[in-house]
Design a protein around this ligand. Sequence first.
Ligand code: EPU
Length: 338
Amino acid sequence: MEVKEHFSLKNYNTFGIDANARYFAEVNSIHALQEVLSNDTYKRKIFIGGGSNMLLTGDIDALFIYVNLKGKHIVQESDKHVSVKVMAGENWHELVLWTLDNGFGGLENMSLIPGNTGTAPIQNIGAYGVELKDTFIACEAVRISDQKLMSFSKEDCAFGYRDSFFKNEGKDKFVITAVTFSFTKKNHILKTGYGAIEEELAKNAITSPTIKDISNAVIAIRQSKLPDPKELGNSGSFFKNPIVSLETFNAFIGNHPNAPYYKVSDNTYKIPAGWLIEQCGYKGKRIGDAGVHKKQALVLVNYGKASGEDIICLAEQIINEVMNRFNIKIGPEVNIIK
Ligand code: EPU
């Protein structure tokens, strides 16, 4: 395994932050991953997949390990369902397109999400009413402490909204190497109720949509609101939508009766952070090369030469402003690497 030194991570994070890794290595097999994990020369090790959910705050004194495990294969198949094991380094959107080409249903609403398959379970990625957990069966991960390859069921993963075991008790303890999904082969369960999917289908006069039609609708909606990281550096939603108590919610909605919200449970409500940020006047705001996206206030962007600190400065201003105005605390969704 070749270890590079003072390696620019600009092309390995979708924010396009030009920060250096003290050391950088790419692994292409589980064996190579286990080998590098057992090597004590490097005190701090950081794993990267698609680099789509991280913010680098500066040069980092660590060994960055690019987990580039490839491959997917069918592990079980019946008339109605198919289970597919996908290696961690497979690009997420390419996987979605592959399922559609094969007529497999389940991932269509999650089209065009940047990143790789292996990092998807960590934050239980989701979009347009569907989350990774809905098709997830199991994953495999190498335990960092003893390099043991272990299997995790859906229950073990304790999925929640942008949350899992791997963000809590399992944080920094495992590297996910593969994910197994279950897809439908017929009688697909179509979810068109969320966001603008129905509008988009109607616009194209589609009355009985296929999974491919839904994917195309999601792609069109995402392209109209979310910046393409190849053109404008970003990490998707920078903030999570805050989940507040009934008491906080009642106070909030009393003052802002037209605000959008989602009921999570009898005692908890989710409020779109994008709306809160827009109300504070930050949508489209730019400070130097750090900015808030013009079409979706939840997304922070790098106009070119922003440093990680520039992005954090802007994020802190926004968090404070939302707190002052609404008495609601919003927090980052992306991993901030210091
Ligand atoms: N809104 C505003 N102003 C904005 C943005 C949103 O008022 O600038 C309002 C919208 O009008 C709408 C509500 O907020 O009433 C929700 O907006 P949207 O449907 O765009 O979704 P979101 O809650 O802002 C979440 C995910 C996105 C995902 C979309 C669609 C999180 C943190 N983000 O955004 O995920 O694509 O729903 O399902 O849950 C990502 O995680 O990187 C991501 C892009």
